[in-house]
Design a protein. Sequence first.
Length: 197
Amino acid sequence: MEQTVAPLALSRAVDIDEAAAILQKANRILVMGCSGGGKSTLSLKIAARFGLAYVSIDRDVLWLPGWKQRDKAEQRAIILSKVESERWIMDGTNPSTFDIRLPRTDFVIWVRMPRLLCIWGAVSRWIKWIGRTRPEMAPGCREKVDWEFLRFIWTFEEKFTPRVVTGLIEHGPDVPVLQLKSRGEMRQLLDLLGRPA
């Protein structure tokens, strides 16, 4: 049975119109959510629209060739250096690094698509990039889908939402947050951002 994605009562939750106005002036944006939900695609479009440096946690921080994870201390050191830049959009959830990312963030986009849509996104991405490494992934990490990854997507909302909410409240209580819960909402945001300020 498909779960519904309920909006959360965050102190700085904003709607799409307000988000579009804030994003016109934001210098540092964090985009988070489940794999397959469209974080990277959205981040790249916003980066191109506003001339922001695109930082992928998967490509630039987490993974080494052959799907080997970097040491946690090295990951944190890389993130620290990236967030010190003046203008960026960072694509990746990992609440364990919210303490160093959220204090430097002007705006959060939380992509909360239904899990079946995320699974379809991951599978269709795998079909498109089969045997190759997509640009948002670290070199030497060929696109893959296995049962462990599908299980991760299926249980993402239950496992990560409490940690995300806790992290937002603790490390970014004043950072505005937009929750996108459908492809239609994502298109609406991009349409608003495409208009002149």
